[in-house]
Design a protein around this ligand. Structure first.
Ligand SMILES: Cc1cc2nc3c(=O)[nH]c(=O)nc-3n(C[C@H](O)[C@H](O)[C@H](O)COP(=O)(O)OP(=O)(O)OC[C@H]3O[C@@H](n4cnc5c(N)ncnc54)[C@H](O)[C@@H]3O)c2cc1C
Length: 542
């Protein structure tokens, strides 16, 4: 073992994979800051499996960072020294054995402080090593500093409700601490190149209480959450299991994955493998929606690498807004259904447009209707039998459709669109769509040509959102209206009194009263007063 001449702060470098190693470099950057006033040297401690029998190396070790590469990275990130503790006869990292190895090195070299990135492995290793040295451990530190030779840590306590300042009872003994790696960032450092020292360590006898049987990589489907581009996280603010379902619906509409804070997991609203945070998973999506979560540091530790965070919370003072890129102050239970509907509409429209475009180019390339049905079916992970069941046909029929043996009826297309949850327009050619669009425009012009209409959105015949003013003469009936397109209609009475017969039910609206309904419900309007009735109509069609 080398002789220690100066004070040292050690950082454990976790070589299991690039990500964990990166966490160690983040903590190294913090250690350099902490060491400055002492002054102390910063040492990265690596445990290599140098002499392990190749045939015994476990397959999970494929991502293991080679020690030589790690040494270079440590020095490039400002380590004054790198200690490589080579353990013989070990085929995979084990916290129990590493604990003995580190404890032995600590006994010999007496660093003032040993830091570990806060991961499951780091937490266990820190606890084992500190216990073997009968020393103090500061857990989950967000910040650390040294004042008058005393290490002071800021750490969330009382279930995250308070931030406590903690120190070691004995400031002369080596102290141990786990550090939140996401709140610090690795920094490349120029300067005097550090030195590497190799320290052979025999796999300690005292560490044989546990026998390693086997290990296997987590199946890919369990890693979906960590690899998702969109994650919707639900928190305690959802209130109950049913309303947590709103998070699932939103995630499904956005093609994302569901995550959760600890309370929904403890309440069994969601499986524990969805937990995000310090004791759960770390996610790195492009977009993360955090719904009904307060932003406790144990949770935000798991979302720090999300590119864009949108928080939805009814309390505008909630700490989650401090880390969110966008904040929406509202009741999530009322807002989520609206958001999900809007997202579904947008997604559906985009999907239909994309499919139509694909159809245009595909038909040029010889990929026609059958191929599209096949693609849509496969996108749903459905077999031919599944699609046959959903459309009330036989698998043979579906097979013929996909192989374009005949042209299916319009009735089948509508059932198919419903089953596949796509706009029926998806199956129309551009020419067919243009004809329909043209007919829609003509019908609109015809409807609004009447003297009793005033268009408030001129040239918007083909738009989704239109507004007009209708004037119906005293006691006169307006012709029945039934828009063929799904959408919403809003009528506001500005003058007079209106009778609205909506799907067989009659409503009387006085001045300043309004009604809102689905536009495809047949409806009749009648002026119910002795004067003209004037109403504002806003029409939104999908
Ligand atoms: C050692 C330790 C480890 C931990 N590890 C983790 C971990 O890995 N992951 C984790 O998540 N937690 C962890 N915790 C727990 C953590 O401290 C918090 O208690 C937890 O994250 C809080 O979850 P929450 O934000 O969903 O709930 P709360 O803190 O109760 O927040 C609920 C939020 O919802 C809002 N709200 C209420 N109703 C509505 C509504 N109708 N609409 C919109 N907003 C609403 C409220 O304003 C509030 O801000 C850990 C704790 C400890 C001590």
């Amino acid at each position: 073992m080398p002789n220690r001449a100066e004070k040292e702060i050690w950082v454990f470098g976790d070589l299991r994979n690039e990500r964990f190693f990166g966490f160690g470099l983040n903590v190294l950057a913090k250690a350099r800051e902490v060491a400055q006033p002492v002054p102390a040297k910063v040492v990265m401690v690596l445990i290599g499996l140098c002499d392990a029998d190749e045939s015994k190396i476990d397959p999970v070790m494929q991502a293991f960072i080679p020690v030589a590469a790690a040494e270079k990275l440590c020095l490039a990130h400002g380590a004054d020294k790198v200690y490589v503790l080579d353990v013989t006869g070990l085929s995979a990292p084990r916290a129990d054995i590493y604990g003995h190895v580190l404890a032995e090195a600590v006994l010999q070299l007496k660093p003032m402080l040993v830091l570990f990135a806060l991961t499951d492995f780091g937490r266990e290793l820190a606890a084992r090593t500190a216990s073997l040295r009968n020393a103090g451990l500061l857990a989950d530190c967000l910040d650390l500093r040294i004042e008058n030779g005393e290490v002071i840590a800021s750490s969330p306590s009382w279930g995250g409700e308070i931030m406590a300042e903690l120190t070691f009872l004995d400031k002369h003994k080596t102290g141990f601490a786990t550090v939140q790696p996401q709140v610090h960032h690795a920094v490349k450092a120029r300067g005097v190149p550090g030195a590497v020292e190799r320290i052979p360590v025999k796999c300690p006898d005292g560490a044989n209480g546990i026998k390693f049987l086997s290990s296997e990589l987590e199946p890919a489907e369990h890693r979906k959450l960590e690899e998702a581009e969109v994650v919707v996280v639900g928190g305690a603010g959802l209130g109950n299991m049913d309303d947590f379902g709103l998070v699932r619906e939103l995630a499904a509409a956005m093609g994302g994955e569901v995550g959760a804070t600890r309370p929904p997991v403890l309440q069994h609203w969601v499986d524990k493998d969805r937990l995000i945070g310090q004791t759960g998973k770390n996610v790195r999506p492009g977009l993360l929606l955090s719904v009904g979560t307060s932003g406790a540091v144990q949770y935000t530790a798991g979302i720090a690498e999300a590119k864009t965070i949108v928080a939805i919370n009814r309390d505008k003072r909630s700490p989650i807004f401090q880390i969110a890129d966008f904040g929406i102050v509202t009741d999530a239970r009322a807002f989520l259904p609206i958001l999900t509907t809007k997202i579904k509409q947008v997604v559906m429209r985009k999907m239909a447009d994309v499919l139509c475009e694909q159809k245009g180019s595909a038909s040029r390339e010889g990929e026609g209707f059958g191929a599209k049905v096949c693609k849509l079916r496969e996108a749903h992970n459905w077999s031919m039998e599944d699609l046959a069941k959903a459309t009330g046909q036989t698998p043979e029929f579906i097979d013929q459709v996909e192989n374009e043996k005949f042209s299916p009826s319009v009735g089948f297309l509508l059932t198919l669109a419903k089953a596949l949850n796509v706009n029926p327009g998806t199956f129309l050619s551009k020419a067919e769509k243009d004809i329909i669009q043209d007919q829609r425009s003509k019908a609109f012009i015809k409807r609004t040509r009447n003297y009793s209409y005033q268009t408030l959105t001129p040239h918007a015949e083909s738009d989704h959102l239109r507004a007009f003013m209708i004037t119906i003469e005293s006691r006169q009936i307006h012709k029945p209206v039934e828009y063929k397109h799904e959408g919403e209609e809003f009528i506001y009475v500005m003058e007079g009194e209106l009778e609205v017969t909506l799907g067989g039910k009659t409503h009387h609206l006085k001045r300043d009263e309004s009604i809102h309904f689905n536009s495809d419900i047949p409806h009749k309007l009648k002026s119910f007063s002795n004067e003209d009735t004037r109403c504002l109509v806003i029409l939104y069609t999908v």
